[in-house]
Design a protein around this ligand. Structure first.
Ligand code: KIV
Ligand code: ZN
Length: 515
């Protein structure tokens, strides 16, 4: 079997990634990210663009002193002050690389640089030769390579290698290419410069303007590139760079068809993603591959059932591989009985089929009102349904009317021993109106001695739990009710207390007690 090729991971989160609008980091934050990138085991850290500011030089120096394993790289235009800044920034680095770039496409030559092709050859040769005095590793990028005339691009690459470049990086600066075209370009460059991918590292650097950065990078790898430039969470200029986690996980997950591997420590991926998101303030979209909040969550009943039977039915990556605890079955309106029963078991409830039917029915009603049903919600549902208190008074329907200039009104319909009974009332507030209506319907005089509301779960659609203490026929009784609607929870708590009383009377208890 042919030996697999190593793909070098060149991380540019701290350079191209930090160029994302609003993502700039302090030197201390850059150091934190660099230390995490070292744990992630990237091969090269492009730590910044030293000519940008003295703070950038300071940050790269800090990184160079503490981060020892990966190569530390600094970016420079082909101007003296940039190269000097990189030298200063990297003076403490054990393994260092200078990355010089010069735009080669016609549009950049004519409108940005105002230079001829010959001038570009001369500049490239001169700067790379000069860099050789101070650096063993020199990377050259012909900026906007994908929009450069092929023959000229290949000649520039040849000139850079001849001058002493040890890595050639082909950037798709504006995210313009597509996989077939990029693969073809890489093959063409290798054919005309056979050292590429062998003695000279052949790197690619893809931007995501068409959402193709990862696909283009993988196409280049399949054509012979042996370094990919990428960022954690795919942050970077405009639509960003190729995302490190997507590239690495594609190579690992499809090792059955790939002739290559990376040395990335996969279980550091989530931690790296969280740190970069937290420090840059760039939120990861929930459906982002590998690191998005939903990447390993399942809500549909069919998917949850499948995952519970055999995880691989709907998951191509074991979440633990990237550093997560496991996949998540989100309870919501699409969830089925299988996932619901599984969650009950995890929470320690063993219900009979009949009990499960009752709780599941309530769960579906709640899930229609709430986006997510949390474990606390499930516990409340079980407590509400599974008890030995028979339901004498059951809420069928309730309506309240509250307006700033009107007295609150409530209309309630109950089922009592199979018969429907309705009543309505006004009150000082909606809860008072409901309680007066309930008194009318039940004909039972109640003295409310305590009333409290707590939110059981979090979020705007949290479950509210109401606890009432009331005196009925000389007995004190407590009732609890929970719902996303606190008025409904108040009615449920009241009825629960009445049902307890009914059960108590049926058992003919001692004279006075708190039930
Ligand atoms: O996108 C680009 O062309 C770059 C170069 C500096 C490599 O970031
Ligand atoms: Zn870039």
């Amino acid at each position: 079997m042919k030996k697999k090729r190593k793909i070098h991971i060149f991380d540019t989160t701290l350079r191209d990634g930090e160029q994302s609008p609003g993502a700039s980091l302090t030197p201390a934050e850059k150091l934190k990210v660099a230390l995490q990138l070292e744990r992630l085991n990237v091969d090269v850290i492009e730590a910044g663009f030293p000519a940008a500011s003295p703070g950038e030089v300071e940050a790269i120096q800090k990184i160079s002193k503490q981060v020892k394993k990966p190569v530390i790289c600094g970016l420079a235009r082909m101007v003296k002050k940039d190269v000097e800044a990189v030298k200063k920034a990297l003076k403490f680095a054990q393994n260092k690389r200078i990355h010089v770039f010069l735009a080669t496409s016609q549009i950049h030559r004519e409108h940005k640089l105002h230079k001829t092709k010959q001038e570009l050859f001369d500049l490239t040769t001169k700067y790379i030769k000069d860099c050789r005095k101070d650096f063993d590793q020199i990377e050259f990028s012909p900026e906007d390579a994908c929009r450069t005339e092929r023959k000229f691009l290949s000649d520039m690459v040849k000139a850079a290698i001849k001058a002493g470049a040890t890595s050639i990086n082909i950037p798709d600066t504006v995210g313009y290419t597509v996989p077939q075209e990029f693969k073809d370009l890489i093959k063409y460059l290798i054919k005309n410069n056979p050292q590429l991918g062998k003695k000279v590292v052949l790197s690619v650097h893809c931007h995501n303007d068409l959402g193709l950065a990862v696909a283009n990078s993988l196409a280049a790898v399949s054509a012979g590139a042996n370094q990919v430039e990428c960022t954690v969470n795919g942050i970077g200029e405009r639509a960003g760079n190729a995302s490190l986690e997507e590239l690495v996980m594609a190579i690992d997950t499809r090792k059955d068809i790939m002739d290559c591997y990376t040395d990335i420590k996969l279980d550091e991926i989530i931690k790296s993603s969280k740190m970069v998101s937290h420090l840059t303030g760039m939120i990861v979209q929930p459906n982002k591959a590998i690191v998005g909040r939903n990447a390993f969550s399942h809500e549909s009943g069919i998917h949850q059932d499948g995952v519970l039977k055999m995880r691989q039915t709907y998951e191509i990556i074991d979440p633990q591989t990237v550093g997560l605890k496991g996949s998540e079955l989100v309870l919501g309106k699409h969830s089925g009985r299988h996932a619901f029963r599984d969650r009950l078991t995890t929470l320690g409830f063993e219900l009979t089929d009949v009990e499960l039917d009752g709780v599941f029915e309530k769960f579906k009603i709640l899930a229609d009102k709430k986006k997510y049903v949390f474990d606390e919600d499930v516990e409340r549902l079980v407590e509400d349904v599974v008890s030995d208190i028979p339901t004498v008074w059951e809420l069928v329907h309730m309506e309240t009317r509250i307006a700033t200039d009107e007295t609150p009104k409530a209309k309630i319909k109950l089922r009592v021993h199979g018969k429907l009974k309705s009543g309505s009332s006004k009150g000082d507030g909606p809860v008072d109106a409901c309680y007066r209506a309930l008194e009318k319907i039940t004909g039972i005089k109640v003295k409310l001695t305590d009333y409290s509301i707590n939110s059981v779960t979090s979020g705007k659609d949290a479950l509210g739990e109401v606890r009432v203490k009331m005196k009925v026929q000389g007995k004190e009784v407590i009732g609890r009710g929970s719902s996303t609607d606190v008025i409904e929870a108040s009615v449920q708590a009241y009825l629960r207390a009445l049902n307890k009383i009914a059960a108590h009377i049926a058992k003919k208890p001692a004279k006075s007690s708190l039930i």
